[in-house]
Design a protein around this ligand. Structure first.
Ligand SMILES: *Cc1c(COP(=O)(O)O)cnc(C)c1O
Length: 266
């Protein structure tokens, strides 16, 4: 299996259809039900109009990799979304009843507090100190809600990459899963930029093996069920290796394959 040719259709609706078809096809090839895989639309290069259009086409899961941009967009887009919901004439459109914002990029501890009220899920927990900060802030926000988090694993073992080392992953997962205000729902990983199929699949299968090992140890309980892996260039391979959340930006919005930059905004 190799990625489909990269000539992209002109409209966002067509590009979304194509991505959805490719996800469905990859699930079929892997013998998995298509309902197992959720598309997280990565909106970091999208214009606000495009985000609204995508939501109008039924996409409910939106991913950003910068806290500041997530804050701005969530404020703007959530407000628009509630207004749309209130308008009866739009009832026929596939407008999702609820939006879910995913923080997918590297997170610094001093940004946790403003971020928490806005996100449904954080994919990038990669240290004990960050997890402790999240747990403490989540506890102050609400005593009975747990924040869903995924632990990011550096399964490609690139030295410059964020993510917990493979050898430390099980222990850290255990610690995160024991925190009262966090719910560890899975693992996230990124294959190397421009990896071959073999290399990308190795990164993904290794993450899945870690995931299976953690399940065997009953880490995270029944809520531990997600593998966030696969981007525009490699999502079909990730689905073949068990991904349940695919994070796709450039195939929807154009803008080329952007890697997470190591430079943060401050
Ligand atoms: C930008 C980004 C994506 C999406 O990448 P595309 O190649 O544009 O699909 C996925 N995950 C993370 C962490 C990102 O920063």
């Amino acid at each position: 299996m190799s990625p489909a040719p990269t000539s992209q259709p002109d409209t966002l609706a067509e590009r979304l259809d194509l991505v959805r078809d490719r996800i469905a096809r990859a699930c079929e090839l892997a013998g998995r039900p298509a309902t197992e895989v959720t598309l997280v639309a990565v909106t970091k290069t999208a214009a606000p109009d495009q985000i609204r259009e995508l939501i109008g086409l039924g996409v409910a899961d939106l991913g950003e990799n910068r806290v500041q941009q997530l804050q701005q967009r969530a404020a703007q887009i959530n407000e628009w979304h509630s207004r749309q919901l209130a308008r009866a004439e739009d009832a026929a459109r596939p407008l999702p009843p609820k939006l879910r914002w995913h923080m997918i990029g590297h997170l610094q501890r001093n940004k946790v507090k403003p971020l928490l009220p806005l996100v449904s899920c954080i994919h990038s927990v990669d240290s004990l100190r960050l997890a402790e900060e999240l747990d403490a802030c989540a506890g102050k926000l609400s005593q009975d809600r747990r924040i869903s988090v995924l632990m990011q694993v550096n399964a490609s073992e690139e030295p410059q990459k964020y993510g917990v080392a493979v050898g430390a992953a099980v222990h850290l997962a255990e610690q995160i899963a024991s925190m009262p205000h966090l719910q560890l729902v899975g693992l996230m990983t990124m294959a190397a930029y421009d990896a071959t199929e073999k290399a990308a699949r190795f990164t993904f299968s290794r993450t899945r093996e870690l995931f299976e090992e953690m399940k065997w140890h009953r880490i995270g309980g029944s809520g531990f069920r997600h593998l966030s892996m696969g981007m525009s260039g490699d999502f079909e391979w990730a689905i073949a290796e068990g991904a349940t959340l695919v994070r796709i930006g450039s195939h929807l919005f154009g803008g080329g394959n952007q890697q997470e930059s190591l430079q943060d905004e401050e």
